[in-house]
Design a protein. Structure first.
Length: 348
């Protein structure tokens, strides 16, 4: 079944319709502290949300834990939720990931609607049915595939975002352009991220979401081509885990640095055009800066990569490109090659 993804033009009426089409004896809304203050106040008086019970969780990725899920389950239980209740996840990727997981496991699964409020969540986390939490210091270690009944994308939320969060989401759009086609990639690397035009960004967002939708529809359980969406993520997740122990960075920034590493390996191993790599890397360095890793961090980063869910046996597995839109999944890389790619990331 394809997920019902609505790129909203009339948010209030579309939300009312989405809620009316879901089974619900009670409505719960999951927010984090930021979306409670910035976003919930904009919708809380809507008639369709009358009587909804709000559950608030912490804001950063460090809240994406078993303890937080237990807090959500407890709030559902104490609020009288049944298997016929509805959970609306209003927030960024952390909220949609964790809320989707809580909804999918509470009483073996209740309906849920995702309303992503960050660019990252719109293009990535809320589409494709991946839910989960961090565990044992590893990103998204526990989770299930479970699609929201409806995903309601409203680009008006982008006005509530700071520059860093716009850029974080944009990194995933850049990834979608690289795995899609030359025209989409060119539009993305010629976009002015210093002064983003939100109207243009909204149109680009629609194209980006369709790339992900198409791939997920072809391979919902990530047995094959869906691994294309992992471009930049083997290194990216390692960078993110490393940063959690030092100075946390946004997911999209980690992915952007991961793209630098994996495009370098694509140029070396699968013939990705060097000029396209340079253009993309220059764009990333201009808007995302550099990652402060040193040679001393390599063993830890490699250890994180060995824990990646995409690996088989003891090999580090990445998705590489032969060209824009030319996807090579299940590419194993040796530790020496990983170190070479990390050297390239550090060149800055």
């Amino acid at each position: 079944m394809g997920q019902n993804i609505i790129i909203s033009k009339q948010f209030k009426s579309e939300l009312a319709t989405a809620i009316s089409e879901c089974e619900k004896d009670k409505i719960f809304v999951l927010v984090d502290e930021t979306t409670r203050d910035k976003c919930w106040k904009l919708v809380k008086d809507d008639f369709c949300l009358k009587g909804a019970q709000v559950i608030t969780i912490g804001t950063t990725d460090s809240s994406k834990t078993l303890e937080t899920v237990a807090h959500v389950w407890e709030a559902l239980q104490q609020g009288g939720a049944t298997r016929h209740s509805l959970l609306i996840n209003l927030g960024g990727g952390m909220v949609t990931d964790l809320g989707g997981f809580a909804a999918s496991t509470f009483k073996r699964g209740i309906n849920f609607i995702n309303i992503p409020t960050t660019l990252l969540a719109m293009v990535d986390a809320s589409v494709g049915g991946k839910t989960g939490i961090n565990f044992g210091g590893l990103k998204n270690e526990i989770g299930v595939f479970s699609e929201a009944d409806v995903v309601l994308l409203n680009t008006e939320w982008l006005k509530t975002l700071d520059t860093e969060n716009i850029r974080s989401g944009y990194a995933e759009m850049l990834k979608h352009g690289l795995i899609a086609d030359e025209a989409m990639w060119a539009e993305l690397i010629n976009f002015d991220l210093a002064q983003p035009d939100l109207h243009q960004l909204s149109a680009m967002l629609g194209k980006s979401v369709r790339v992900k939708e198409r791939i997920v529809a072809e391979d919902p359980q990530e047995k094959g081509i869906r691994k294309a969406l992992n471009l930049g993520h083997t290194f990216g997740h390692a960078f993110e885990s490393w940063a959690l122990e030092n100075n946390p960075i946004l997911h999209g920034y980690a992915v952007a640095f991961g793209l630098i590493a994996e495009l370098y390996l694509s140029a070396v191993k699968t013939g990705f055009p060097t000029e396209r790599m340079r253009q993309t890397v220059n764009f990333i360095r201009e808007y995302y800066g550099t990652l402060p890793i040193t040679c001393n961090d390599y063993p830890k980063l490699i250890e994180f990569m060995h824990h990646d869910k995409k690996n088989r046996g003891n090999e580090i597995n990445v998705t590489l490109l032969g060209g824009i839109g030319d996807i090579h999944i299940n590419q194993s890389v040796a530790e020496d090659e990983v170190k070479e790619a990390l050297d390239f990331v550090r060149e800055g």
